[in-house]
Design a protein around this ligand. Structure first.
Ligand code: VAH
Length: 315
């Protein structure tokens, strides 16, 4: 039995840090190679091997995969929705070419599994706003959404054509305290906690009633591990699974924070990210993920708020 050797690409990012630590606790530190273009995140230092790696350099990536005897790849590097709108061509290029590089090498080296995150950003204004289903009208209007939706079909193609076991989740907005997000429209839901603790006020770049699908990072990490460990014959979706937990608005999260910090105040100054948020569903139906591999979220908004504030206070 070959011991699994996992390469995490984008390991210093918001998801990457926590996913790397979770995988190391399951497979052993030496079995999970963390990599990023950026330097090693402080939380990863001393917990296992780290290599500097540019996923856009296909030849160097291929050399690392052979040299490290990699059997699985988790590809987390991406340009998110807000940053993507500032440089559409770059976002399209990085988000799609990085995936194509990984899929092609995974096929050639016959890797056991590949994980690649998609997003509820694939949905657009013509998709159902409430309880948006797994299969529906999907017409993304951001470069990030377009690139993620195109990537889903590449994953499906490599599964159908070459038998590659590549799996994917359409993450909602993710809330975490261990590593900051970068360039997302849902990042307000992370910033608000830091500002509440530091200055007891937050100027929100979305309007008060902007409902968006959200999830606490521990739920997202558990969903990723449960998906990747599910038997292959339980996986019926080879594009990307809808994944849901809760939905809330800036006004709702602000009132939840006020229960802990009574003199916290929020103001609203919507910017270009409002149009991005308006194009996405307000809630997601993840019945297929629940049926296929038993997904169920744990954290609701009160639990997220309490845990975020407690951990940020400690840090
Ligand atoms: C973003 N955090 O805001 C990401 C996410 C659903 C949104 O994909 O771009």
């Amino acid at each position: 039995m070959v011991k699994e050797k996992i390469l995490v690409i984008g390991a210093s990012g918001q998801i990457g840090v926590e996913l790397t630590l979770a995988l190391r606790s399951i497979y052993g530190n030496a079995q999970v190679v963390a990599s990023d273009l950026r330097e090693e995140n402080e939380l990863l230092k001393g917990t296992g091997p780290y290599v500097s790696l540019d996923v856009m350099n296909k030849e160097m990536l291929h050399v690392q995969i052979i040299r490290q005897n990699i059997t699985q790849i988790y590809l987390l590097a991406a340009i998110l929705s807000a940053t993507g709108e500032k440089n559409p061509a770059l976002a399209w290029h990085i988000n799609t070419q990085s995936l194509l590089n990984v899929l092609d090498i995974a096929r050639e080296e016959r890797l056991h599994k590949v994980y690649w995150p998609s997003s509820i950003a694939v949905f657009g204004p013509t998709s159902p706003r409430q309880q948006c289903p797994q299969q529906t009208i999907i017409e993304p209007v951001t470069v990030y959404g377009i690139s993620k939706y195109a990537g889903e079909f590449w994953c499906n193609y490599y599964h159908q054509r070459f038998g590659l076991d590549v799996r994917s989740l359409r993450y909602p907005g993710l809330i975490s305290y261990k590593s900051s997000p970068g360039g997302g429209t849902t990042d307000y839901a992370v910033e608000i906690f830091n500002e509440a603790l530091e200055v007891k006020k937050y100027n929100c770049f979305l309007s008060s009633e902007t409902y968006l699908p959200m999830m606490y990072m521990p739920d997202a990490i558990r969903a990723t591990i449960e998906l990747m460990e599910a038997p292959a014959d339980q996986i019926s979706v080879h594009t990307s699974y809808n994944l849901a937990a809760i939905s809330f608005s800036p006004a709702e999260i602000a009132s939840e924070i006020k229960k802990h910090i009574p003199d916290f105040s929020i103001s609203y100054e919507p910017d270009y990210r409002q149009a991005i948020a308006n194009s996405w569903p307000q809630s997601i139906d993840d019945a297929v993920a629940r049926k296929d591999w038993g997904w169920k979220h744990k954290f609701d908004l009160p639990a997220i708020t309490a845990d975020m504030l407690e951990n940020l206070r400690q840090n």
